[in-house]
Design a protein around this ligand. Sequence first.
Ligand code: GLN
Length: 242
Amino acid sequence: MGMMIRIAHLYPDMLNLYGDRGNIIALTERMRARGIDVHTDAITMGKSFNADDYDILFIGGGQDFEQDVLLNDLKKGKDTQINKAIHNGTVMLAICGGYQMLGKYYKTYDGKMLEYIGALDFYTEGKKERMIGNYAYKTKEGIEVIGFENHSGRTYLRNGVEPLGKMIRGYGNNGRDSTEGVRFKNTFGTYSHGPVLPKNPQLADLLISKALENKYGKSDLSPLDDSLETKARKQVMRLYIK
Ligand code: GLN
């Protein structure tokens, strides 16, 4: 029997800033290239889902408006499922607005209070001045993640959660404490749009490995030809980062 990974793409039509869907494409292509089957379901507004049916959950970024509109839908059961998945160690990637939704709340720069699912202990407060630009950070494995950030929200981590990375350049979570994103079990939250995984094949493979370990107890990913990605990364590093 071949291997098969199931991905739930939450709100693909509402949260897809700067091509965040490209993360699904990168995961899919990198798995197919290794002979792993991939099946992705779009979990839109109004559609219920059971997180136990999936190996990877993905949620992209959006504007304050979409985040507000989705709040009601999130609280009709998706919140419980996402919470369960995060604490079970299911692989989850959440970008920007989607990342903010995993925390306690997001208070927008114009004073609107959005109470989120509180799966992880952090909160976000917006300011009028946005944090925009190419940026980079380093994970605990030493992966240098290159990304693009554009957010008004400043995120502050509290108990029991660690950042996904330490800033190399840019603002990250809040522009003050040199942290970026969140990491908890196999949940990865980050402000990186652009999308993040095509630019960072090592991070994509880390997520794939975790999903395979969860499901099959092992993961030996054969190397892929990443020479184009490596060239592009060098160029971005040279022009924008270092
Ligand atoms: N609306 C959120 C903010 O501005 C998230 C933006 C985004 O996903 N790019 O902080």
